[in-house]
Design a protein around this ligand. Structure first.
Ligand code: H79
Length: 436
């Protein structure tokens, strides 16, 4: 099974079109509310973590509500943590007792999730941790990140890593066979020598192709959120994945392969500074900042997967809901400049970003101009019309700056558009639709 970038490009067609998705980090760790790394950060033993496992009872779990919020925000796909590094499964795995069907809630939460997301007409994905801090046969002492990395009791422990792999593969196969069609498998993550064939990644991909040939995968069977992997090289492995997954960082010029061709990529990003629920973390990015980041990703041929961390009961907090609603309002008027759009192949203008869909260029104007605005890089003679995207009103092409040297530059002059009247509303950016 050899892979090429053109296969990847074909497989990811819907993904590159849709551009915007929701990430959900949720599990037993949502109870202490200090993020999903709590066991590692505080070096908590399995025994001490058990109180959360015993009390996990998300009585307000309503994935239909989550899916609705995602849809109303303009998101087109949703990816949830079926299992995070703590090893706790939100699905009914026969390879472990550490699962939600054994909790007070007693439900297969993944099953309800995938059904709810599909019912909203969205694509559905599952996050699966390659790392497992619960399994007996996962390396502990001396591992970079394991909660027991410093615990001498595990120093001379012998483990059967093949047994771990067999259970881990078994769980992946359960997800691939018991939850209907999956659009994305989001594996997380490779580090140190824990990468590629150490996970028996070829075998994992054979299972994926056998059961879910349409599913796309991230690149983390090979790398972490700061790596790119073989997808950008001229020797793409079977387990390169279909997209690069930069974590908490927007690549400064998109992501291209060795030959200069763009590869699919997806920024995953938190609203505050935690993936899973942490009510003491108030450092939310503003809706305006996040909307601009989505635009920036699209302008560089990338996607954005925006995270929410519901609380232990399953409730998405007010701050996150507010951000989602602001996205929804902006997307209602401007989605045409996001879906199906990508890199415009025009140098970035100093006032914002261009996105493009074929013969239509969208100018995302981040600044209030004084006088005429230069739509730099666009051939004046090719322009058929310039309109505001939100109301289709015409924008005047300006003749107010016509010295010799600027005759070829396309200028527009904004009139009395509401965006620029006093008092300035806290409005997110408007978009010009330039038809060639
Ligand atoms: O699921 C989310 C994270 O839990 C997981 N990937 C996203 C999608 C993830 N978080 N961090 N990482 C993966 C990379 C790990 C970075 C580390 Fe560290 C730096 C591990 C050790 C040093 C961060 C800082 C975690 C511990 C200290």
């Amino acid at each position: 099974m050899s892979k090429s970038l053109s296969n990847i490009i074909k497989r990811t067609e819907w993904f590159r079109h849709d551009r915007f998705g929701m990430f959900i980090h949720w599990g037993v760790y949502s109870i202490p509310g200090k993020g999903e790394w709590i066991r590692s950060h505080q070096e908590i033993s399995v025994e001490d973590y058990q109180e959360y496992v015993d009390t996990f009872n998300p009585t307000k779990y309503d994935p239909k509500q989550w899916a609705k919020m995602a849809k109303e925000a303009g998101m087109k796909y949703v990816v949830m943590t079926a299992k995070h590094h703590d090893g706790y499964c939100l699905f009914d795995s026969k390879y472990t007792d550490y699962k939600s069907t054994n909790s007070p809630i007693g439900k297969d939460l993944v099953k309800e999730f995938v059904e709810a997301v599909r019912a909203e007409g969205l694509q559905v994905g599952l996050y699966f941790s390659l790392i497992d801090w619960y399994h007996n046969d996962y390396p502990k002492y001396g591992d970079m990140i394991h909660p027991m990395r410093n615990n001498e009791a595990y120093k001379d422990e012998s483990i059967d890593f093949d047994n771990y792999l067999s259970d881990m593969h078994g769980q992946i196969e359960e997800l691939l066979t018991q939850y209907g069609l999956l659009d994305i498998l989001w594996f997380d993550y490779s580090y140190d020598d824990m990468t590629g064939e150490k996970w028996q990644a070829t075998k994992i991909m054979e299972m994926v192709r056998k059961h879910q040939p349409q599913a796309i995968t991230d690149n983390r069977l090979e790398t972490s959120g700061s790596g790119q992997g073989s997808i950008v090289t001229d020797s793409i492995t079977d387990y390169s994945g279909d997209f690069v997954s930069p974590e908490q960082l927007v690549p400064h010029e998109g992501i291209r392969n060795h030959a200069g061709k763009f590869v699919p990529w997806e920024l995953c990003v938190t609203m505050n500074n935690n993936w899973a629920y942490n009510p003491t973390d108030y450092l939310y990015k503003s809706p305006k900042t996040l909307i601009r980041k989505l635009v920036e990703c699209v302008s560089k041929n990338g996607n954005m997967l925006l995270n929410v961390g519901p609380d232990a009961l399953g409730v998405i907090n007010d701050e996150s809901q507010y951000i989602l609603r602001e996205f929804g309002q902006w997307m209602e008027d401007h989605k045409e400049s996001i879906y199906g759009c990508g890199y415009a192949d025009i140098p970035k203008p100093e006032w914002g970003y261009y996105t493009r869909n074929d013969h239509i260029i969208y100018a995302h104007v981040f600044e209030d101009p004084i006088g005429p605005l230069a739509l730099t890089g666009i051939d004046k003679d090719q322009v058929e019309s310039v309109r505001w995207l939100h109301d289709d009103s015409e924008v005047k092409i300006s003749n107010s700056w016509t010295t010799e040297s600027y005759q070829d530059v396309l200028f527009v002059q904004f009139g009395e558009v509401p965006h620029f009247t006093y008092p300035l509303p806290n409005k997110i950016d408007s978009v010009l639709k330039i038809t060639l």
